[in-house]
Design a protein around this ligand. Structure first.
Ligand code: SF4
Length: 328
């Protein structure tokens, strides 16, 4: 028997401002007729990647793949100073989409290097933001999980800084450990406030529903953290990349109120698709038919002002995304 009464969306969802601005910069450049490239994927989301491709924005993995005179958009994660210099030296039209928060991290790191600290960077090895940050402090000691932390040496003057999407609890725990490892400890808290708010909203959502669906890239650190937090609240949780992964109605059996949340690189349209899919799978017959309308209502209940994956008018975005947003 169908029990579903409500599908509720977390208060703040959709792209963070850093991701949205980098994507908008790509649309604008393409709309101006520039041969536009992004250095790596702007976001780990297949729908957005496909929309950009359809809108004429190409992805390259290295600067030397961009032909002379081409435009290259640097993603929100930022790059090393060497990559930026290479792009400029080649005479490329560089659009720096590095998020302002990440730019601040980069500046802080460079300052710590100048001040002579032994720097510990908390971050995920290989993550593009971390790769970029290490370009500003090549000698920084990169640590991730707690098993790594024994590698941190004892030094007189040490500094701690982190990748923007690291969980605050982990940063605080590492700071506490480092207090015992040095005489002077400088702590630069670079956990992104958007990430913190996402986590707070997800915890609040989890406390008020019976189960939660978390939507985001499997490799996304901030998405995984949302899943972990739902578990801490004690609610069953399903983590998916898109609505297409939901095909089993029994996953929602007996639930009356289900929550949906997403990482900072998950477009709000994906959350709407997931809400709709839940209604289609687990709703009463009448609700299944109204799944699209119910999904739109759930999104608008929390995101009227931010109901967008772009700050641009539709005619300046790629055709695919515009069509998608227009049909929502
Ligand atoms: S999560 Fe924060 S730091 Fe990272 S791109 Fe988004 S706004 Fe910028």
């Amino acid at each position: 028997m169908t029990t579903l009464r409500e599908v509720r969306v977390a208060r703040r969802t959709g792209f963070c401002y850093g991701v949205r601005e980098a994507i908008d910069a790509s649309w604008l450049a393409a709309a101006e007729g520039k041969t536009t490239h992004t250095l790596g994927h702007l976001v780990h989301n297949e729908g957005v990647i496909e929309a950009l491709r359809a809108g004429g924005v190409r992805r390259v993995e290295a600067i030397d793949e961009v032909a002379q005179g081409g435009t290259v958009v640097i993603r929100a994660h930022g790059v090393t100073p060497a990559v930026m210099e290479t792009a400029r030296a080649r005479g490329l039209d560089v659009i720096d989409g590095t998020c302002s928060w990440v730019t601040t991290e980069q500046r802080e790191l460079a300052r710590l290097v100048d001040e002579g600290y032994t720097i510990v960077l908390l971050g995920t090895p290989g993550h593009p933001e971390v790769v970029g940050l290490l370009g500003f402090a090549p000698d920084a000691i990169l640590v991730d999980e707690e098993e790594d932390w024994d590698r941190i040496p004892r030094r007189k003057r040490m500094a701690l800084i982190c990748q923007s999407t690291q969980p605050p609890w982990k940063f605080e725990k590492l700071a506490a450990l480092m207090v015992s490892r040095c005489h002077e400890l400088k702590i630069v808290n670079t956990v992104c406030p958007v990430t913190i708010r996402r986590q707070q909203d997800t915890t609040e959502l989890a406390a008020n529903v019976e189960m939660v669906v978390v939507v985001g890239g499997r490799k996304s650190a901030n998405t995984k953290e949302l899943t972990r937090l739902v578990g801490i609240v004690g609610r069953p949780v399903i983590q998916i990349e898109s609505a297409a992964e939901l095909d089993d109605p029994t996953a929602f059996a007996g639930r009356e109120v289900i929550g949906v949340t997403g990482g900072t690189s998950t477009p709000i349209e994906d959350l709407e698709d997931v809400v709709r899919r839940i209604w289609e799978l687990a709703g009463a017959p009448g609700d299944r038919e109204r799944a699209r309308e119910l999904a739109a209502t759930a999104i608008h209940a929390v995101a009227e002002n931010a109901y967008r994956s772009s700050s641009l008018p539709a005619d300046q975005r790629g055709a695919a995304l515009a069509a998608r947003v227009g049909s929502a």
